[in-house]
Design a protein around this ligand. Structure first.
Ligand SMILES: Nc1ncnc2c1ncn2[C@@H]1O[C@H](COP(=O)(O)OP(=O)(O)OP(=O)(O)O)[C@@H](O)[C@H]1O
Ligand SMILES: [Mg+2]
Length: 374
């Protein structure tokens, strides 16, 4: 039996809902060789969307390479991942991988190794290194293969914000951009969370990746889509839930994708046949218990002034933190200290700044904080 709800890994098939517009847009970009940049908060559905579009667009003449660079800490770790992913995805047979690597890259020592990833059995190790491989050669690899084979390649790089965290990041970015901008048969889909890092890479005029491609922000899945999704998944499990309670699941977690599925799962678990208010409360409690350790860790090292800024936001203040009304209720230190407080909490992804002011990034963090820290 298929699982009614899944959270914490990318989803597909029946567990994937909505996103028709984004799917269409990304699909057109892939087919027409337009670079895409996709940004959203954590666990909103970037990976799921890109994998869906990959499966929709792949054909004999269009190859989509997917790689996750979350674990790459240095420039050459990235090049190794980049080159091996490109070779693997464009080789039709495993036996061809080693030969292809030798054909397109100088001085590498390709080996098939047992994969550390649980989803694949083997992977390709190339031994890319600075003594024999210059960055430009590696970065040109997909274009070389595409030209030689007469195909089009889309390279999708998940957790791309890692590039911004590497030592000497600006030089790396300049190198990458200078090579990729000449590519005619390869396009790129770069995506990641950690919004402040992604924004640093793509929003500022003097950064190499400024205006690199079609940039879009993954919106939240609307309530009506979630409600019918939740109802149908309860049905699959032989249970039922009212539209009202399904709506309450969405509003409690402000439609954050992974949280909707997590809370829905916990409500389902608490439900005998038809979900009640009591089952909803039990489900919410279970969910908060699951996420609490992370929040405890996130707040453990915050200063009292930082905690006070969070308290003021939880009490409904989003602007005017210098106003007497706010400073008399919450000790936020001196007015000149405020930018530093904001910056520290933004970097920890605890708060975010929108046109309407400061807000907590995570809706369950807000519920937890109010219950435990106020
Ligand atoms: N289109 C969707 N329909 C239903 N649920 C979704 C959808 N997209 C995402 N989700 C939910 O969100 C969870 C996380 O999805 P995914 O891993 O694709 O997000 P992400 O933005 O790549 O996350 P991360 O920031 O961790 O990389 C999924 O396990 C699922 O519960
Ligand atoms: Mg992801």
């Amino acid at each position: 039996m298929s699982r009614p709800f899944i959270y914490g890994m990318s989803v597909e098939g029946e567990l994937f809902t909505d996103r028709e517009l984004e799917t269409k847009r990304l699909q057109l970009n892939f087919e027409h060789g337009v670079n895409s940049i996709l940004i959203s908060p954590r666990r909103m559905g970037k990976t799921s969307l890109v994998k869906k579009v990959k499966s929709l667009t792949e054909s004999k003449t269009l190859k989509v390479v997917y790689m996750d660079i979350y674990k790459c800490r240095t420039e050459y770790e990235f090049y190794e991942k980049f080159a091996s992913s490109v070779i693997q995805a464009t080789s039709t047979k495993m036996e061809r991988m080693v030969a292809n690597a030798k054909e397109f890259l100088m001085g590498v020592s390709p080996k098939i190794v047992v994969s550390p990833e649980p989803t694949t059995e083997f992977s390709l190790s190339l031994g890319v290194n600075p003594r024999v491989n210059v960055p430009e050669e590696i970065l040109d690899l997909p274009e070389k293969i595409a030209r030689k084979r007469g195909i089009q390649i889309v390279v999708c790089i998940d957790e791309f914000q890692q590039i911004g965290e590497m030592p000497d990041s600006l030089t790396i970015q300049k190198t990458i951009r200078s090579v990729w901008q000449h590519h005619q048969h390869t396009s790129y889909c770069l995506f990641g969370s950690k919004q402040h890092l992604m924004s640093n890479l793509f929003y500022s005029r003097n950064m190499p990746f400024y205006q690199f491609g079609d940039m879009f922000f993954l919106r939240k899945i609307p309530t009506e889509k979630w409600v019918s999704f939740i109802l149908s998944r309860f049905e699959v499990a032989g249970k039922s839930i009212s539209e009202g309670l399904a709506g309450k699941i969405c509003s409690t977690v402000e439609n954050y994708s992974a949280y909707v599925q997590q809370l829905a799962w916990n409500v389902l678990t608490a439900t005998e046949m038809e979900a009640t208010e009591q089952n909803f409360r039990e489900g919410l409690e279970a969910t908060l218990a699951q996420v609490a350790p992370l929040f405890v860790e996130q707040t453990a090292n915050l200063s009292s002034l930082q905690l006070n800024l969070i308290r003021s936001i939880c009490s409904g203040y989003h602007n005017d933190f210098g106003k007497h009304e706010v400073t008399s209720r919450f000790n936020l230190g001196t007015r000149s200290n405020l930018p530093k407080l904001k910056k520290a909490l933004k970097e920890r992804e605890i708060i975010e700044e929108t046109e309407s002011g400061l807000f907590l990034s995570d809706p369950l963090f807000a519920v937890w904080f109010k219950n435990n820290m106020m």
